[in-house]
Every structure is written in C-alpha cells, then in structure tokens.
Design a protein around this ligand. Structure first.
Ligand SMILES: *Cc1c(COP(=O)(O)O)cnc(C)c1O
Length: 359
C-alpha cells in the first residue's frame, strides 16, 4: 500500500472488543454461550424504550435532529443545567474522540491511570499527544501521583470513576480536594460510565453541582451500561458552555441517530428499570464475592457491574478454558480476569465453570 497515513497513528492498534457470542458458538460447536465480558446489562433495556423505538421507525427515512433538541431539553431538565451545557454523543467512545480532536495538540500531555479505559490512551496517541501514565495505587486512582505529574504541557486528566476494569472509586471529598489543586487550564474529565451501580454514599453522586465551581471539569455519562443500551450508542457530556461549544464544532452533524435520541429520552423516564438493574447487580455481586471468598481469591471491592479478580492462574489460560465451556470473560494480564455481573443463573454458571477450570 503506497498511501501513507499520519505518523501519529503508526503504533495504534484496532480496538479488540469482547468476543461476540455467535463467534464462540461456532468456534467450539457450543449451543449455549454466555458473555460476561463487556459490562452489559443482563436485563437488556427498559421495555418502554423498546416501544418508543418501534414507534420511531417511521422516521428512519429522514435525518436525525442534528441538535438532538428534545434529548438536550430532557437532560437539561433532569440535570438542572442549561441546554447549552450538555452535549449528547454516539456513546462516550465518540465523545472521548471528539474531546481529543478538539483539545490535544501535538506533544500536549494527557494524564491517565494504568489500568483504566483504553480509549484515553488511543485517542491521545492518535492526536500526537503524550500519554502520561500514573499507575493505580492499591487498584485505585493515585490522585497525588496525578497532581505531581502536572506540567505546563498538561492538557487533559482522565478520571474514570468508578474505574474500569478495577471497579474502584474515589470519594467526593478526594475528588474535590483534587480539583482544588488542578490548574484551571487543565481539563479534568470525570468518566462516570458506571455511576448508576455505585452503592457508597461518599461517591461524588452529584458532580453536576461541582461544574459551577470548576469550569475545567467535564462530566461524561452513558446509556450503555446500567440503562442497557450499549447497542444503540448514546451518551452525554455536561460542562461549561464554552467547552460544550468547542466540542460541538468537532462532532459530526448527525452524530446521534434518531432511535438513539428517542431511546435515551425514554430511558431517563424509567427509573423503575434502573432500580431493578441496580438490585440485580448488587445481588449478583454479593453472590460472586461470597464464592470468591470461599475460593480465597483477592478482588478489590467493586462499585460497578464487573469484578476484577486474581484467580491464582494465568488469566489468558482461564479465559480460553472458560470460553470452551461457553463462558466469555476478559483476561486482564497476569492472574487477573474481569467478569461482568450477569443474571443469577449466569453468575452461578460462571462460578461452576470457573471451579472446574481451576480444579
Ligand atoms: C463502557 C465504557 C465507556 C463506553 O461507553 P459507550 O457510551 O458505550 O461508548 C466509556 N467509559 C468507560 C469507563 C466504560 O467502561
């Protein structure tokens, strides 16, 4: 191939998503396969969302509302912010990309943890920025370590709270103390993909309130996890109107499709579905914790819908063996795996197969 690409993407690799169920069925000749690898909601989405999507099918011949007016108004009312302080996107994945395109100059430094969500580093490299990695401390964010890495070149700090894949969180107090020390020309992004699953009271449940004081803060939330809408691609970001205006310049004109807009509006209205998802997750988490405890496994306590656990055997091998038995999980390096919490039947099957693999 003689067409040269941008130097910055030289070392980038395509994202490797969790393996689809159908692929695994075919590969191992299995009739039943469960996937506990991508932190999806085992209940799917709200039935009211499905109904709203069906009712919107007649609109597919025309372009979506490029400004997502109704969704923005709904979010604005829900969150008590102005319409120009919120921006929907096609999943938070797209927003991470938009933020990178809008803000990262060549050689700008972007601070992030390790391990955390991989899109932060990929989009930084894509723009020719320099990733500055601060290892987790006891599986959670080392905020002092992050502060010590801030330089004149720092542009963005990525805080995934709670963190994927470790499930750990930082408290409201820790977050505020941190924000007080970050210079106002450094963008801090709070990626709250799992916020709906958090059980602890000291989590910063209301980061939207913090936006009034910290104009360099962006809050990013998604419908892909607790709302069960990973397949339709919709998320939103809240922040200072100047930042939102900047991001608006970079996004595609119709980035959030018609069905996604309708789905998000309806999902916000169904609090009952969210409550059910939370409770099922908590029940599953306690069940799996209990089984892990009996097996003597170490895991950091999770405030999400997944658990990061040391199974005492190479994670890649465990992943392969589990897959042969029809259970897809994620290997995480060393003896760690990440398992998404499923229905109770799925959780029991996971434990049963895991015990056999480790026997
Ligand atoms: C799953 C996930 C996302 C991506 O969510 P989408 O809205 O589906 O793009 C973003 N951040 C974290 C930390 C995630 O785990």
């Amino acid at each position: 191939m003689s067409i040269s690409f941008r130097e910055e993407i030289k070392n980038l690799k395509a994202y490797e998503p969790g393996k689809p169920i159908e692929d695994v069925k075919k590969e191992y000749g299995l009739s039943k396969v469960i996937k506990l690898a991508s932190n999806e909601n085992p209940l799917g989405c709200s039935p009211k969302v499905k109904e709203a999507i069906i009712n919107a099918l007649d609109e597919l011949g025309i372009y979506p509302d490029g400004n997502a007016t109704l969704l923005k108004e709904t979010l604005s009312a829900n969150l008590q912010v102005n319409v120009d302080e919120v921006l929907p996107s096609s999943g938070s994945d797209e927003m991470i990309d938009i933020i990178a395109k809008a803000y990262i100059n060549k050689d700008d430094e972007v601070i992030m943890a390790d391990i955390t969500f991989p899109r932060y580093i990929q989009t930084t490299e894509m723009m020719g920025g320099t990733p500055v990695i601060v290892p987790l401390k006891e599986f959670t964010f080392d905020l002092d370590g992050i502060l010590s890495k801030i330089t004149d070149k720092t542009k963005i700090i990525w805080i995934c709270n709670p963190n994927n894949p470790t499930g750990t969180m930082i408290t409201e107090k820790e977050f505020i103390d941190f924000l007080d020390k970050v210079p106002s020309n450094v963008l801090v992004i709070s990626d709250e993909a799992y916020r709906e699953y958090v059980t602890r009271d000291d989590y910063p449940h209301n980061t939207i309130n913090l936006l009034k004081k910290y104009s360099n803060l962006l809050v990013m939330r998604t419908f892909s996890k607790a709302y069960g809408l990973a397949g339709i691609r919709v998320a939103y970001t809240v922040g200072h109107r100047d930042i939102i205006e900047t991001l608006n310049r970079v996004r595609g004109p119709f980035n959030v499709n018609t069905l996604a807009q309708v789905a998000a509006i309806e999902a916000l209205a169904d609090e009952e579905f969210l409550r059910k998802s939370y409770e099922l997750n908590l029940e599953g988490k306690n069940y799996i914790y209990n089984e892990f405890d009996k097996l003597g496994f170490y895991y950091p306590p999770s405030e999400t819908n997944h658990i990061f656990v040391n199974v005492g055997k190479n994670g890649q091998e465990v992943f392969t063996e589990m897959q042969k038995r029809g259970v897809i999980i994620r290997p995480m390096g060393g003896d760690f795996i990440r398992v998404s919490i499923g229905t109770m039947d799925e959780n029991r099957l996971f434990i049963k197969e895991l015990k056999e693999v480790l026997a």
